[in-house]
Design a protein around this ligand. Structure first.
Ligand SMILES: [Zn+2]
Length: 130
């Protein structure tokens, strides 16, 4: 039985959850998607607030060390109430987030996702290409 976990850092926006989970399960060897959720999380990581990064580290520890996830997805999305930026700004935030997360978790694959106006998921960037 496939019990692989993956880790998703996603906005709290309810429109984004099922598209992101389904896309990850369909495209990667992941059965269970652990979700760490905050409004506008791509911008929060981009801003590198120490308290915020510490709070997600505690959650990442459980997903990566207890559930043995070896992949982290960080998503930004269209029409985000908490990060009212255009797509190119979001992409900037997502790319920066991938780099920041990679510095903290060098042994884990990190993939940035963009969720568009149709709530379809596309790869924005990967740690290996930044
Ligand atoms: Zn949002």
């Amino acid at each position: 039985m496939n019990k692989n976990f993956g880790t998703l850092l996603n906005c709290m926006d309810g429109r984004t959850q099922l598209p992101a989970i389904n896309w990850i399960r369909n495209n990667f060897n992941v059965e269970y998607v652990d979700i760490i959720s905050e409004p506008g999380i791509d911008k929060l990581i981009y801003l590198k607030n120490k308290d915020f990064l510490k709070s997600i580290e505690n959650k990442l520890f459980i997903s990566l060390k207890k559930h043995n996830s070896d992949i982290i997805f960080i998503a930004g999305h269209y029409d985000c109430a908490a990060n009212d930026a255009n797509k190119s700004e979001h992409i900037k935030h997502i790319k920066a987030s991938v780099k920041i997360l990679k510095k903290l978790h060098d042994d884990v694959k990190i993939i940035g996702l963009w969720i568009d106006e149709n709530f379809e998921v596309e790869v924005c960037c990967e740690d290996s290409t930044l």
